[in-house]
Design a protein around this ligand. Structure first.
Ligand SMILES: [Mn+2]
Length: 295
């Protein structure tokens, strides 16, 4: 089975503080398909990462300990897998990892999976937490194409769990979502405002009202210039370095309890997207466990 950073960097489960959980589930994508191949592509690409983080000056894989779980809810093996079954399997597995005190990084697969991950954290924690969402899209539709578990609805479902959300990098929504954002006063960091405001990270962090944060990254939130391998690309996304600055400060100023990285749909002819996703995950784990992070 494939492992993050390859087998040499893998530690036994008992010694790992971070667990990568591949969830190659795809059922409702509407434009470019292929996100069920995302987790394997990221794991393959991660073999090429440098273990040493030049920014932090340490090797998170050795210090933190990273273990890769077996894939769950795999629609390549079980094409008829329904959303409810996927969500149940996701919640059950993540709940177990939380009980074992692991920092979970779930790999999609489509963004609908996040509901199951967030559910497990909500069940496990006795206090509210904010779901910070990097995304091009609001994902706030009540239903889409006949499904309430379409990837265009995931943040609506997360909010229905009673969790506040902080959408970052948004640049495509429908009228229904615009009205919901207004009615529920959802604090959106629009991509066009981020582009013009050097202080946007301060602003974003000031809008988080809980000490704990779960981070969901839809990779289409990043700019398609360097993250073209997504199902629904949108121009004008977050840049690489500003994304890293945001993640680092989020980890320094809040307790990031878990994360997911969703919607990678490999292009085939280019590995830029999967390598970038793998590096993003490794940077996030480094920031999360680096001494001085907000634990
Ligand atoms: Mn999304």
């Amino acid at each position: 089975m494939k492992q993050f950073l390859g087998s040499e960097s893998q530690v036994p489960y008992s010694q790992a503080r971070a667990v990568i959980l591949p969830i190659p589930y795809e059922a409702t994508t509407t434009y470019r398909k292929g996100c069920e191949e995302g987790p394997d592509a990221i794991l393959d690409a991660s073999d090429q990462l440098e273990a040493y983080d030049e920014e932090l000056g340490w090797e998170p894989c050795h210090t933190v300990g990273i273990y890769t779980w077996d894939a769950i809810a795999d629609t390549r093996r079980d094409p008829d897998l329904g959303a409810e079954e996927m969500l149940a399997a996701t919640t059950e597995t993540v709940r177990r990892l939380i009980e074992d005190k692991k920092f979970v990084v779930a790999l999609g697969g489509e963004h609908a999976i996040t509901t199951g991950v967030a559910q497990a954290y909500r069940d496990a924690l006795n206090e509210p937490f904010t779901v910070a969402q990097i995304d091009a899209h609001g994902d706030l539709r009540s239903t889409f194409e006949g499904s309430e578990h379409n990837h265009a609805c995931v943040m609506r479902r997360v909010r229905e769990l009673g969790l506040p959300t902080l959408p970052v990098g948004i640049r495509a929504i429908c009228r229904e979502e615009a009205e919901l954002i207004k009615a529920e006063r959802i604090p959106v960091l629009w991509a066009r405002e981020i582009d013009r405001d050097p202080q946007w990270i301060d602003k974003a962090l000031s809008l988080i009202a809980t000490p704990k944060v779960f981070l969901t990254i839809d990779l289409d939130g990043l700019d398609p210039g360097f993250m073209p391998g997504v199902g629904t690309p949108e121009p004008g996304g977050l840049g690489w370095h500003e994304t890293l600055r945001f993640l680092r400060r989020l980890c320094e100023e809040f307790e990031v309890i878990g994360a997911d990285v969703m919607e990678l749909a490999p292009l085939g002819e280019s590995v830029v997207s999967e390598f970038t996703a793998a590096k993003l995950i490794y940077k996030l784990i480094g920031y999360r466990f680096y001494p001085g992070a907000g634990l």
